[in-house]
Design a protein. Structure first.
Length: 345
């Protein structure tokens, strides 16, 4: 199983963005939309041999047997580029959407390009969870150790030579400053140009909003509607399957119930925590969710992350009895409730 250090995992998984870069060296990239035009193909037309390769929009095939995959999932284009792994050197680089090698395969691993930037790992080695050497294979669970973690731009120029950020950052929020940002909401790293790259921390941003805005204003039915997505898909006790409802229908039928169930969270009599996820393509279907998906399976978490508030209810022995969920989608218009999962108390 492919593995990476825990602190690197969110940065690699949140790479699914289509945007361009600034023509100026070591400056903050500018966003430009780009249509996907390079894709991974698993060709099984020959029953005796299957082929795994990249295919351009014009039909050209390249990178056979060099397809990059994470956790058995093939990569897909973002930012007009896609990762590949050189099977001879076991190093990672990038093709652009015209099939050119725009970043040579010199890295142990790399995130997908996001807002014209990618995180790369160089001169590291694989070690098992128990510390064993996994460079020659044979380890089911392993991670990268040592080496350098850097931030590069689309020209393979190093922007930050020590890119070590704990937390899940919003790549689109990056600002170039002379001083680090407020640590209560931002993560900051110093660039090779002497300036600071300041990123919004997705988790901190959401947790503050949920506590200081949503819970406080949820007592008003009007606020519940304003903070709800156009369509909600919920698991409710009275239905055997996931129930899809419009925002107005959900608030009309379950608004009071929602307020009641949020009260223990507001009063802090029930503990809760937040997790960051992606959209579920099997549940979150239909026109109201389509704008938040890109070419990968779990939506576009780099632009539109999903947050799940999980509340823990304990039994008489103070052990975990059951959990309830409140799922929010971060949209261009703010965080929106897009479903709940409740059970009968």
């Amino acid at each position: 199983m492919f593995g990476i250090l825990k602190k690197y995992l969110p940065l690699i998984l949140l790479g699914s963005l289509a945007c361009g870069v600034s023509p100026h060296r070591n400056e903050v990239p500018q966003v430009t939309d780009a249509l996907p035009s390079i894709a991974v193909v698993l060709d099984t037309t020959d029953s005796n041999k299957w082929r795994h390769y990249y295919k351009l929009a014009n039909g050209r095939v390249l990178g056979e047997d060099s397809v990059y995959a994470f956790d058995a999932t093939d990569d897909c284009e973002s930012d007009g580029k896609i990762r590949f792994r050189d099977r001879v050197t076991d190093k990672v680089g990038f093709f652009d959407n015209e099939g050119r090698v725009v970043v040579a395969a010199v890295y142990n691993d790399a995130s997908r390009f996001q807002n014209g930037m990618a995180m790369v790992i160089k001169n590291a080695r694989r070690v098992g969870w128990d510390g064993e050497d996994c460079e020659k294979g044979g380890c089911e669970h392993w991670l990268w150790a040592g080496g350098s973690t850097m931030l590069i731009n689309a020209r393979n120029e190093v922007l930050v030579d020590k890119f070590e950020i704990d937390g899940v950052i919003n790549w689109y929020s990056v600002q170039l400053k002379t001083m680090p940002g407020d640590t209560s909401m931002y993560r900051s790293v110093k660039g090779v140009n002497g300036k600071w790259y300041v990123f919004m921390d997705y988790e901190k941003e959401f947790e503050r909003w949920f506590k200081e805005v949503y819970l406080k204003e949820a007592s008003e039915m009007r606020s519940l509607a304003a903070f709800a997505h156009d369509s909600l898909v919920s698991s409710l006790p009275e239905y055997q399957d996931w129930k899809r409802m419009s925002r107005d229908e959900f608030i009309k039928v379950h608004g009071r119930q929602l307020q009641q169930r949020l009260q223990p969270l507001r009063d802090r009599t029930v503990r809760y925590f937040a997790t960051l996820e992606g959209l579920n393509p099997y549940i979150h279907t239909g026109g109201s969710f389509e704008p938040f998906f890109d070419s990968i399976t779990m939506g576009d978490p780099g632009r539109y992350p999903v947050f799940d508030i999980i509340s823990n209810f304990t039994d008489k022995n103070r052990g975990l009895d059951y959990q309830e969920h409140y799922t929010f989608l971060r949209t261009d218009k703010g965080n929106k409730l897009m479903g709940v999962s409740w059970r009968n108390p």
